[in-house]
Design a protein around this ligand. Structure first.
Ligand SMILES: Nc1nc2c(ncn2[C@@H]2O[C@H](COP(=O)(O)OP(=O)(O)OP(=O)(O)O)[C@@H](O)[C@H]2O)c(=O)[nH]1
Ligand SMILES: [Mg+2]
Length: 305
């Protein structure tokens, strides 16, 4: 059908036919619609082009939405206590996750091994702490949304100069930070002293360790738990042994009443007194009132009479 197409239209059509991506095709279709002759005999063509344009645009928009959603899907369900391991490539983030949790995150001696966040749970005498190993922070695969919402940042370095490189990525992230200097097995005593003095002078909350030899890993676990300002309280039924697997996690300075409320949900008024054994008690099985302030690792026995 002769539509007396002009040069511009022919050119756009040629481009359309050789376009490789949908995005390119969409641009060409736009151009064809704009330059096509507008008269009676070209109405069908115009209709066809418009339909194709609309369909292609819709397809691209759905793809875009899907991509966005997959970023959100990573959207890890946040636990009560969550810490994220961040740092430059190859510093040992994935090795640390494997040291602290049962999760296995692939570790290797090349850059950008980790491509998506990997979750693990650190069991700290029954307290479950969620740890997330992230792709290297300078890599675009690193989802800063996850980093920004974590309670505690574990900033992993193997050289103190890396801190300045990491900082720009953390402008919106948690203020609770633990600097972890890894791979101390590769340093001699004098090098270690220098690193220590440097981090100390900046008043960082820091620790120097080795994922390879496990040196100081246990101390790091203590530090991570302390960063949340929570306490573990173990409850016990009269005459039964204490269950060390399921502590109640409470904010620091919580009382016996708070602990009762957490397990009895509104029925805490039934508790008349409690017996406490542990750091907050003067002696084992000390009888205390509901306003008694608990400490980490206390064992509480509730009495309704
Ligand atoms: N000598 C020594 N090597 C370590 C230590 N921790 C990790 N490595 C090694 O360092 C390399 C990198 O470790 P990864 O755990 O993959 O590092 P990563 O930070 O997760 O790396 P990306 O995911 O690429 O950002 C591996 O070859 C590890 O075996 C350590 O304490 N000492
Ligand atoms: Mg990794």
């Amino acid at each position: 059908m002769p539509i007396n197409a002009n040069y511009e239209y022919m050119n756009a059509e040629a481009k359309f036919l050789t376009a490789k991506t949908d995005e390119e095709k969409l641009v060409c279709l736009e151009e064809m619609l704009r330059t096509m002759p507008k008269h009676k005999s070209s109405e069908t063509l115009s209709k066809n082009l418009k339909t194709r344009y609309k369909k292609l645009k819709e397809k691209l928009e759905t793809e875009k939405k899907k991509k966005k959603a997959s970023g959100k899907k990573l959207g890890i369900k946040k636990a009560d206590m969550q810490a994220v391991i961040v740092g430059l490539a190859n510093t040992g983030k994935s090795s640390l996750l494997s040291c602290l949790t049962n999760a296995q995150s692939q570790a290797a001696d090349y850059l950008y091994t980790t491509k998506t966040p990997v979750l693990g749970t650190m069991n700290y005498d029954g307290a479950k702490i969620q740890l997330i190993d992230m792709p290297a922070i300078e890599n675009e695969l690193c989802d800063l949304g996850v980093v920004n919402t974590a309670d505690t940042l574990l900033i992993m370095i193997t050289n103190t100069t890396q801190l300045a490189e990491i900082e720009p990525f953390l402008s919106r992230a948690s203020k609770t930070r633990i600097i972890i200097f890894n791979k101390i097995d590769t340093l001699n005593e004098s090098q270690k002293r220098k690193v220590y003095a440097n981090l100390q002078s900046k008043k960082y909350n820091f620790i120097m360790l080795s994922c390879k030899t496990q040196e100081n890993i246990e101390t790091l676990k203590d530090k991570i738990f302390q960063s949340f300002n929570k306490i573990r309280v173990y409850t016990k039924e009269p005459g039964k042994p204490v269950d060390k697997n399921e502590p109640i996690i409470l904010p620091q300075n919580s009382t016996v009443k708070d602990a009762a409320e957490k397990i009895l949900h509104g029925l805490s008024s039934k508790i008349k007194q409690a017996k406490v054994t542990g750091p907050s008690s003067k002696f084992p099985n000390q009888k205390v009132g509901l306003e008694h302030i608990l400490k980490d690792k206390d064992i509480v026995e509730f009495h309704t009479k």
